[in-house]
Design a protein around this ligand. Sequence first.
Ligand code: NAD
Length: 346
Amino acid sequence: MSRLRMGMIGVGGIAQGRHIPSFLELKDKVVLSAVQDVNEERAKEVAEKYNIPQVFSEYEEMFKEVDAVTICTPNKFHAEISIAALEAGVHVLCEKPMAITTAECEAMMEAARRNNRLLSIAYHYRYTPEAQLAKKAVLNNEIGDPLVTRVQAMRRRKVPGWGVFTNKDLQGGGSLIDFGCHLLDLALWLLDDPKPVEVMGKTYDRLSKTPGQVNDWGPFDHETFNVDDHVTSYITFENGESMQFECSWAANIKEDHTSLTISGVDGGVSVYPFELYQAKYGALLDSTAKIREGEPSPGLIQAGNFVDSCLGEDELIVKPEQALKVTKLMEAIYESSQKGSSVKFN
Ligand SMILES: NC(=O)c1ccc[n+]([C@@H]2O[C@H](COP(=O)([O-])OP(=O)(O)OC[C@H]3O[C@@H](n4cnc5c(N)ncnc54)[C@H](O)[C@@H]3O)[C@@H](O)[C@H]2O)c1
């Protein structure tokens, strides 16, 4: 079978840090054949560095030469470029979040359906070994029906000072849309996509709007900073489950931590680190896992699943309707914070 011809759109940090190395490692199945970036100088440099033969200044031209693309531009362009690619008959792996608004996500899904092309989103936390174990434990009914999920995606004083992360027009939001979205996606996936009923959300920006911040991830301009740096939310679901969610780029806490725990009827699971809490044999029983070194990276598994799905050899793990749900919840959190009251779904 011939190899999948892959193009990269937007060749900055994540393209070079994760996607390009992963596709290069899968060289038996995929050929990284083209790059495009509005920064043409960067596109040329990247093509040269990674031996990628074609450089395009317009993505429409690239679509004639590739079977699939990975989109790694600022969030504002995810929908527009994905739809253009799908309409041109090209499969799409788009960076997270799927898009800034639910309406954009729906238009992307519609374009994928209409053109019978694949669309997936790079929610790579699902491919971490701990998340894979947790998914198997939940599917294997180790915790029974889930009841309460707690999510914390917390960084101490680490506003990304580079790129466009603090620009609302280009990104749509800050800590929630950039970092919290990963854990929100992971939680919904582990819970098997429960239907949200009501969302209460509160967003903060006061810390980062204050001049002279001590920030571990480089300087940023507090005056132009116009996104959230800390977000809390309480979400209820139709099946009676609830989720306590918190994320931050810049909390005043002891140290960074990422945690996701689900307490179920028969047991509980923690993802980072992976632990299982059960009551068995008349005792409280805890299980831990030794994550072996040398496992394929989440980026490589993600790339492999996308390539295999495009070649008709596998099924997408991150489905667009799931990623849309994450954007819908984030939109509701922002709306709830702005209104000062909860948002209810029909
Ligand atoms: N999955 C993850 O963990 C993860 C991590 C970082 C970033 N991201 C996502 O990846 C995307 C890019 O982030 P990054 O950190 O690589 O940013 P970056 O600023 O390093 O790179 C973005 C690149 O896109 C180019 N670009 C901008 N507008 C464009 C357009 N209209 N068409 C083509 N190219 C365009 C820029 O010139 C730049 O080279 C964002 O959506 C971000 O949320 C995901």
